[in-house]
Design a protein around this ligand. Structure first.
Ligand code: UDX
Length: 486
């Protein structure tokens, strides 16, 4: 045991340290949950089987990046309100609330994978008092809370089990934790209701107490709605580009409608990624399939999302012809700004597709550790300039604070062809063109180009011809054989 650990343990022993709360799983959700409740004065015992991660935590190091997390970890360790453990043991016994925050699914594998949840509940089971509440924060299908209750019961009696979904966004998880829009408490007993209402007493946001199955659906519905919004705006962006409109302004205008609001998920780009939206929309589609309910909107949202990634490859092929041995720089690998998480990240998915068709890919992201790509078939650049050096194209797949202030002149000189596909609409297209770039902004069309309605048999002279009665459109040859505008 080194210095700071010894210091912490001495302090806890002196105080007769006993936890009132446990957090199971010290990943992105669990750690933020544990630290935040500890900062609020609870004595939290955090458990994770990953002993390396636990050892790092004891030294004040988190295994991932999250704004404000390091400071919070230092503060909480110093206060002595957090203990972390790599084993389930008697130290858990005094806790009256256990918050279970383990992973429930992988993006690459099955959308629903409850193996970790099941084994965490089994490991926890011997140390849960009958008057304790076990609240599941992990995202899982309707019915999981009730199944957990059965699992933790013996001879018809057991602790209360509840569903308390989290809505933390990576990159602002700490802030989101302290300022929730709402707190959802899916309970199966009166004891759970009382305990959880009291736990969240000081938090802003409406508390919604409901059945566990409803709480489980709230989480899936919330993430699916965000995903559907993003795919909606991406489809609008594709139309904007073709008709010479600017999706950035369309999006701004939509957000000014108070029915959507300034924080609505209406930013066009390469589509949604991360560990939650893609997984949860797939999980809900699977749940719906099992109950024989069609999911037309969900399926369409997933298709649009995939098309956003493929759209970049298509544009590169269009401009560069064969991509075999072309050098493509991918700037930004994390799935969004302010995180180092590359799960289902658009940049990474595009890199993988490019490698598959023979391109030479250079990647750069300021937050993602080089080690992440140790075995990957990409060249890892140390900065934007190295990624641009000799490139036939740059794909901007994520943005960060400093990206806007890179030296564009230098980048253009370094590139073999100054082609930039701006997947986050970071740069102004006109300014980029003036600097000599071939800049493609997603969803930003050229208002000077003639409208490409020529895909119809006969290009209408004016848009109102599109609205002519069917018989006139037919005469003009604007109707295909199925009766739709061709
Ligand atoms: C999400 C939910 O927001 C959160 O409530 C839940 O608990 C976990 O899943 P997170 O995965 O951290 O959080 O990412 P989020 O900020 O929601 O972004 C998801 C993806 O959508 C990112 O790839 C982001 O770049 C993309 N996005 C977001 C858009 O493409 N356009 C938008 O307008 C908003």
């Amino acid at each position: 045991m080194d210095g700071p650990e010894l210091h912490l343990r001495e302090k806890q022993e002196r105080n007769g340290w006993i936890p009132d709360l446990s957090v199971i799983g010290m990943g992105r959700v669990g750690l933020v949950t544990a630290l935040s409740f500890a900062a609020k004065g609870h004595r939290v015992l955090g458990v994770d089987l990953d002993h390396r991660m636990v050892a790092k935590l004891r030294k004040g190091q988190a295994s991932f990046f999250e704004p404000g997390l390091h400071e919070l970890l230092t503060k909480v360790l110093d206060s002595g309100n957090l203990e972390v453990s790599e084993v389930y043991d008697e130290r858990l016994l005094p806790a009256l609330i256990h918050l279970v925050c383990v992973d429930t699914g992988s993006v690459d594998g099955s959308a629903i994978d409850l193996t970790n949840l099941l084994s965490a509940l089994r490991d926890l089971s011997p140390y849960v008092r009958l008057d304790a509440v076990v609240a599941l924060r992990s995202t899982a299908p309707p019915g999981t809370t009730e199944a957990a209750r059965r699992l933790l019961s013996k001879n018809g009696t057991g602790p209360s089990v509840a569903c308390n979904p989290e809505f933390l966004r990576e990159g602002s998880a700490v802030e989101d934790f302290f300022n929730p829009d709402r707190v959802i408490l899916g309970v199966t007993t009166e004891e759970a209701r009382e305990a959880l209402l009291s736990l969240y007493r000081d938090f802003p946001g409406e508390k919604i107490v409901c059945h566990a199955r409803t709480a489980e659906m709230v989480k899936y519905a919330a993430n699916t709605l965000l995903a559907v919004n993003i795919s909606f705006v991406n489809e609008i962006a594709s139309i904007c580009e073709r008709v010479g409109a600017d999706v950035r302004i369309v999006s701004r205008a939509l957000k000014l409608d108070h029915r959507f609001g300034p924080h609505a998920y209406l930013e066009a780009g390469l589509g949604f990624g991360g560990s939650c939206l893609p997984k949860d929309i797939a999980a809900l589609a699977l749940v719906a399939k099992l109950v024989q309910q069609p999911t037309r909107l969900l399926d369409a949202a997933r298709e649009v999302n995939d098309a956003q990634r493929q759209g970049v490859i298509d544009r590169l092929l269009e401009r560069l012809g064969d991509l075999e041995s072309r050098v493509i720089g991918i700037i930004g690998l994390a799935f969004k700004p302010n995180t180092d998480d590359v799960r289902a990240a658009p940049g990474l998915e595009i890199a993988q597709r490019l490698v598959r068709i023979g391109a030479w890919v250079k990647v750069y992201d300021p937050l993602v550790e080089h080690d992440t790509f140790r075995h990957a078939p990409y060249e890892v650049a140390k900065d934007v300039y190295e990624a641009a050096d000799g490139a036939d194209a740059l794909v901007l797949a994520n943005s960060w604070d400093g990206l806007k202030s890179v030296r564009l002149e230098r980048i253009r000189r370094l590139m073999r062809r100054p082609l930039v596909i701006d997947g986050r609409n970071v740069f102004d297209p006109r300014a980029m063109r003036e600097k000599g770039f071939e800049h493609i902004a997603l969803g930003v069309g050229d208002e000077h180009q003639p409208l490409p309605y020529g895909s119809l048999d006969k290009t209408p002279a004016e848009p109102w011809e599109l609205a002519l009665p069917r018989s006139s459109r037919d005469r003009l040859g604007l109707i295909d054989k199925d009766g739709f505008a061709a």
